[in-house]
Design a protein around this ligand. Structure first.
Ligand code: BDP
Length: 325
């Protein structure tokens, strides 16, 4: 009798251990804090993966730059599978997968619709698949809006950039872009920008309105000039080895989950851009609309002409995705 009970307990404990080991936990890195549109999409992705794999996979999100405030470091962590999944800017991932640098060409897309026509089309999806030689599996694109300059001194026109120092993501094309516009570029991790502006190491940076809030930059840079020089899509991607360990069914579940978060993120993004813009205005941010972007486009014309041939096929597909007027 006693023996039987022990045997039963042993069986039950074994089953529990099996259940525990059957659930795999994957880490996901996100530089933005909880509630930011990409972070909400990460959460949605985690929820759907769990649901579609019947609880087999749990994704633990590390938001707010907990893994690192430097996306280059985050990507290196994904490369060695210390973290299996991350959401980063294509501006940062371009350092590991050169085809993505096309997005670092200023004024590439006319609008968000143009960008999404391209990203959701066959070429945009192929670019995700082409992350593979870099050791990654591209899961989906997210919206990162348009990036514009902001500074701790008044910005009204391109001439105001002259001789000033602006932070860019560590990426050569972005350095050249800022230089073509007349300023000096200081490549730096996102996590260092707040104190660099505060201490006067740099005069400003460039980003979308939501990031002015998530990184608190609106507190140290009160002038924001909406020249909208870049649309850098965000990318959700995974370590290739971790992906290869998933069964075919689980891979399909991950893909389905990622695909379903895209519309969710875009909706959250559009709503948050308005909310973020209103919030920084209420906090005293001086926002200047740029009615005529021609001087900005002219300043980068030669740079775009020099750099474009390296992305000829992609640019052809981007031109073809331009919405008909
Ligand atoms: C934000 C992106 C974030 C980048 C950041 C940056 O969402 O992934 O790290 O820009 O400028 O717009 O580094």
């Amino acid at each position: 009798m006693q023996f039987k009970r022990i045997a039963l307990v042993a069986v039950a404990t074994g089953a529990l251990a099996l259940a525990a080991s059957a659930q795999s936990v994957l880490k996901l890195a996100e530089i933005h804090p909880q509630g930011y549109p990409t972070e909400l999409a990460d959460e949605q992705f985690a929820k759907l993966v769990n649901q579609y794999t019947n609880g087999k996979y749990k994704i633990d999100i590390f938001p707010g730059g907990q893994i690192s405030g430097d996306e280059k470091v985050v990507i290196e962590q994904v490369k060695i599978n210390a973290v299996s999944i991350a959401r980063v800017s294509s501006g940062a991932l371009g350092g590991f997968n050169a085809q993505l640098n096309v997005f670092s060409l200023p004024y590439l897309f006319d609008s968000a619709d143009h960008m999404w026509n391209f990203l959701l089309g066959s070429y945009g999806q192929k670019m995700l698949a082409d992350l593979e030689p870099s050791g990654f599996v591209g899961l989906c694109w997210y919206d990162g809006g348009a990036r514009s300059f902001y500074a701790n001194y008044p910005l009204n026109a391109i001439a105001d950039l002259k001789g000033k120092k602006f932070r860019v993501m560590p990426n050569n094309l972005l350095v050249k872009m800022v230089e073509a516009m007349g300023a000096s570029a200081v490549p730096m991790a996102a996590g260092q920008v707040f104190s660099a502006i505060q201490t006067g190491v740099i005069d400003g940076a460039e980003n979308n309105a939501p990031s002015l809030i998530s990184f608190n930059h609106y507190q140290v840079a009160k002038y924001y000039m909406l020249d909208e020089h870049l649309r850098l899509p965000e990318v959700l991607f995974m370590n290739k080895g971790a992906w290869a360990k998933l069964s075919k069914d689980d891979q399909a579940a991950f893909r389905k989950a990622a695909a379903e978060t895209v519309a969710f993120q875009r909706k959250a993004w559009d709503a948050y851009v308005i909310e973020a813009t209103n919030k920084i205005k209420a906090e005293g941010e001086i926002i200047v609309e740029v009615k005529d972007k021609t001087p900005f486009k002219n300043a980068v014309k030669d740079l775009v002409a020099t750099e474009s041939p390296a992305f000829a096929d992609t640019i052809k597909a981007i031109d073809a995705a331009r919405p008909k007027k």
